[in-house]
Design a protein around this ligand. Structure first.
Ligand code: UD1
Ligand code: CA
Length: 453
């Protein structure tokens, strides 16, 4: 099958208003990736080499977005929304190039499984002219019904055009269709608009092809393949299904999730075996975790690289550019951004590390802050191997602390510290014997005098 050429046409021109949004529907995200990009990924995973995106309203924004998730896709504009067959024909120029297989998918159906696409392509390879991916449901209302005779598909009837008897059919059109490239245009050009909605229905090519003696079949897949998103409640439902799939995949690949339903992955999270993730952890985009790491509860992690056996959280925030090397530790209420924490270094409590390097084995005391920003520019802090930064220190960047440098607690460090030096950046303590008691007496007399007066 892999030798067969394949064009995927993704329809994304129909704009519902039920998202109540300034953003085109198919650009709303699931696991941080626009839903239409999930469809693109599925098409690519099913071996589809070429991509046509049919867009309409919000076309400029769509075009721009498509450059990021489907740079090779060719965009076609459907000027008027005249139905799904009409939308497919907007990509006529692409279809005319000649492909073995044509896949038609909807941009608002993000949970499409590449295996469902591959199964449909296989049926084309076996000689079918049209393959419809269907699903069974107890509640078929709103879906086109698949009408079969002797194991062959003879028609798809849209809900609005169904007889009462046909409405009882529970085998439905999932919206995914595979069409033999050499027949596609001929079939599409025969579609008319005499139906309840007055639209050109893609689904009509089933009846047209069947009547002309072509082999037309249904291929059954799970309901998720057909889950179309029309509002934000359905968006959340799809997110839930996506997350459940991903958690399972992570666990089966050797990751321990103690409370899986509280862990949220991004579309691109990479996480190695023997990593343990505690409850309530959020992964934003761009996270890579090697093996054997511990991610403690309530951590929020995005754009971070975490090497083997690191320890993160609880309540840690790793922001883009956080790069933790082997056995590094970032503890509770710490934030790390654009910084390398080298092997075995510890940033354990209530600390902000931004635009910095922390050398191997260094220890950063509680409450340490890298003051990296003056309101205009960002500056770098370099902390050498084995350095010790006492609690509650402010490191005013640009500044560096040499290897083995030692910073006294509560310091404000504005000048670089050489290797192995001890730096105090605070006033020295003065202790005055008996002065505490004297002070109390003075204050209490003053207060009594004030009351009398
Ligand atoms: C469609 C199917 C129905 C199936 C259901 C599954 C048709 C005629 N009906 O119905 O059998 O059970 O999906 O969810 O295909 N679009 C365009 N241009 C248009 C019209 C639609 O790009 O002119 C796009 C929409 O953006 C959407 C997709 O095509 O992504 C489906 O259109 P929609 O109106 O949602 O079809 P349904 O009524 O849901
Ligand atoms: Ca729909």
């Amino acid at each position: 099958m892999s030798q067969r050429s394949c064009l995927s046409i993704i329809l994304a021109a129909g704009e519902g208003t039920r998202m109540k949004s300034a953003v085109p529907k198919v650009l709303h995200t699931i696991a941080g990736l626009p839903m239409v990009a999930h469809v693109v990924k599925a098409a690519e995973a099913a071996g589809s080499g070429e991509l046509a995106l049919v867009i309409g309203h919000g076309a400029d924004e769509m075009r721009k977005a498509a450059l990021t998730f489907a740079p090779k896709a060719e965009a076609f504009v459907q000027e008027k929304r005249l139905g799904t067959a009409h939308a497919v024909l907007a990509a006529r120029a692409a279809i005319s190039k000649g492909y073995d297989d044509i896949l038609v998918m909807f941009g608002d159906t993000p949970l499409i499984d590449p295996e469902a696409l591959a199964a449909a392509r296989l049926k084309l390879a076996e000689g079918a002219a049209v393959v419809v991916v269907g699903f069974r449901t107890e509640n078929p209302s709103g879906y086109g019904r698949l009408i079969e005779k002797a194991g062959k598909l003879v028609a798809i009837r849209e809900e609005k055009d169904c007889s009462d008897e046909e409405k009882k059919i529970t085998f439905c059109n999932g919206g995914l269709m595979a069409v033999a490239g050499r027949h596609a245009l001929k079939l599409l050009d025969q579609v008319g608009s005499k139906n309840a909605k007055g639209e050109y229905y893609l689904t009509d090519i089933v009846e047209i092809a069947a009547a002309q003696g072509f082999d037309v079949v249904a291929s059954e897949a799970s309901f998720e393949n057909a889950l179309g998103i029309n509002n934000r409640a359905e968006l959340a439902q799809a997110e839930g299904i996506w997350q459940a799939r991903r958690r399972r995949e992570a666990m089966l690949s050797g990751v321990t999730l103690i409370a899986p339903e509280t862990v949220f992955f991004s579309h691109d999270t990479e996480i190695g075996a023997d990593t343990i993730v505690e409850s309530n952890v959020w992964f934003g985009p761009g996270v890579k975790i090697a093996t054997g790491a511990k991610i403690h509860a309530f951590s929020h992690i995005e754009g971070a690289t975490i090497a083997s056996n690191c320890d993160v959280g609880p309540f840690a925030r790793l922001r883009p550019g956080a790069d933790l090397r082997n056995k590094a530790k970032v503890g509770n209420f710490c934030e790390v951004k654009q910084a390398i924490v080298e092997e075995g270094a510890k940033v354990n409590h209530l600390t902000y590390i931004g635009d910095a390097r922390i050398g191997a084995g260094a220890n950063i005391g509680a409450g340490t802050i890298t003051c990296n920003y003056d309101g205009y520019s960002k500056f770098f802090t370099d902390i050498g191997e084995g350095a010790f930064v006492g609690s509650n220190s402010s490191l005013v960047a640009p500044v560096s602390i040499g290897k083995g440098g030692y910073i006294a607690s509560g310091s404000v460090i504005t000048e670089s510290v050489p290797d192995d030096a001890l730096a105090f950046g605070r006033a020295r303590q003065r202790t005055l014997p008996g002065k505490g008691k004297e002070l109390r007496e003075r204050f209490s007399q003053a207060a009594a005098a004030h009351k009398k007066g």
